[in-house]
Each structure stands twice: as structure tokens, then as C-alpha cells.
Design a protein around this ligand. Structure first.
Ligand code: CA
Ligand code: CA
Ligand code: CA
Ligand code: CA
Length: 234
């Protein structure tokens, strides 16, 4: 206290002197004062508590942008990152846990992003977040002697008659009918051709619908064994 001009006692406000509480908040009271530490997020300066600008500190809001708040701060996170519940940090989003990415492939989480590795028959979509079926029929000369049909994750050759799909399934191969069925020309000789086969018939046989050798019934020709003979077809 101090004496006023009128002779009364008056409280001295010690807090008017900045050096009273240089690093804390100064709280004046009748006849006294108190230096009170500032709460978190504030720092004492000449008896007052001032907001700390946390955004000026290094490594605040890594992978995001820092906004200073009175007594606090907040992070706005970059793409691929999300705020922690206290809004004070940015952490990587594990996109692979979302379940709808990299379908038909494998999802690998990375810091700030993710990566799809696509299985055979699939390619990365333009947005790089999915694996799309490759339309093999559009891009390659496949299925010679047949028609290419795109399927999910693969393709199929639908072969012309006389052809069948090769072991790898990428083209159509001639069927060697002469090897598959030794009796295909019956008594004739079989000659394989591309997409078909030919039969050549021995004497006494004729080609029937170009595919089998049929015995010729010579006795159907009248007068073959003369008036006295009887014709016996063999
Ligand atoms: Ca602050
Ligand atoms: Ca990630
Ligand atoms: Ca396909
Ligand atoms: Ca053939």
C-alpha cells in the first residue's frame, strides 16, 4: 500500500511494472500480487500471457499446414494424410484398409499414398487406384483362324471349323484329322489340309461328300456281267 495525497492507503498495482512477473502472468490483489504461470499454449511476457504461435516452431504439422489458434493450433493435412484426433498432427491414411481400391490387384500402403500391383490380365486404371481388365482382343493380333473374345482377366479364342485353340490359347491351330481318327477316310488315304483334310480313294471306291471313301457298287451298271453272268459287288 501507499499513502495517497489525501492521506489514505491505496493498493499498489505491482503488475503495472512489467518486470514484476517477467515470465508469468501478474495478478494484482489488495496489498499484494501474484505471479501465475500461464496455461499451456500461452507464454508469460511482462506480466501478461500471450498466445504462443506454435506454427513458427519447426516440424509442426509435418505433411500439413499449420493454423495458429489462441492458446493452441490446428493442422490441415495434405492429400493422403489425416488429422490425429487432437488436430495437432497429420498421419498417413492407410488407403488399403478402405477395401474398394486395387480390386483385381494388390494394394500396398505407402507414406502419403498407396500403390496397386495388378495381376495378370489386368492393368492400372488412369487414376491408378484400380486394376482394369485388359482387352487383349483390342491390342494384339490374336486368334488367327478364329475370333478373339475378351473375358474378365483374360481372353478366349473361338476357333473356326477345323481349328482348335493352341496350348497357350492365343491362336487357333489346324486339327490334323488324319492323326486324330485313322479311319476318317475309311479305306482311302488321308491328307491333312489347313482347316480340313482330303481323302484319296483307291480303285473301286469313290469319294462321298468329299470326306469318306465309299465302295462303288459296279453291279448297278446294267449289263456288266453279260446276260449269262451274275454280278457280285465286292
Ligand atoms: Ca497458438
Ligand atoms: Ca498411405
Ligand atoms: Ca481381358
Ligand atoms: Ca486339318
Amino acid at each position: 500500500y501507499r499513502m495517497t495525497q489525501r492521506g489514505r492507503c491505496e493498493d499498489i498495482d505491482e503488475c503495472l511494472n512489467p518486470s514484476t512477473c517477467p515470465d508469468e502472468q501478474c495478478v494484482n490483489s489488495p496489498g499484494s500480487y501474484q505471479c501465475v504461470p500461464c496455461t499451456e499454449g500461452f507464454r508469460g511476457w511482462n506480466g501478461q500471457c500471450l498466445d504462443v504461435d506454435e506454427c513458427l516452431e519447426p516440424n509442426v504439422c509435418t505433411n500439413g499446414d499449420c493454423s495458429n489458434l489462441e492458446g493452441s493450433y490446428m493442422c490441415s493435412c495434405h492429400k493422403g494424410y489425416t488429422r490425429t484426433p487432437d488436430h495437432k498432427h497429420c498421419k498417413d491414411i492407410d488407403e488399403c484398409q478402405q477395401g474398394n481400391l486395387c480390386v483385381n490387384g494388390q494394394c500396398k500402403n505407402t507414406e502419403g499414398s498407396f500403390r496397386c500391383t495388378c495381376g495378370q490380365g489386368y492393368q492400372l486404371s488412369a487414376a491408378k487406384d484400380q486394376c482394369e481388365d485388359i482387352d487383349e482382343c483390342q491390342h494384339h493380333h490374336l486368334c488367327a483362324h478364329g475370333q478373339c473374345r475378351n473375358t474378365e482377366g483374360s481372353f478366349q479364342c473361338v476357333c473356326d471349323q477345323g481349328y482348335r485353340a493352341s496350348g497357350l490359347g492365343d491362336h487357333c491351330e489346324d486339327i490334323n484329322e488324319c492323326l486324330e481318327d485313322k479311319s476318317v477316310c475309311q479305306r482311302g488315304d488321308c491328307i491333312n489340309t489347313a482347316g480340313s483334310y482330303d481323302c484319296t480313294c483307291p480303285d473301286g471306291f469313290q469319294l462321298d461328300d468329299n470326306k469318306t471313301c465309299q465302295d462303288i457298287n459296279e453291279c448297278e451298271h446294267p449289263g456288266l456281267c453279260g446276260p449269262q453272268g451274275e454280278c457280285l459287288n465286292t
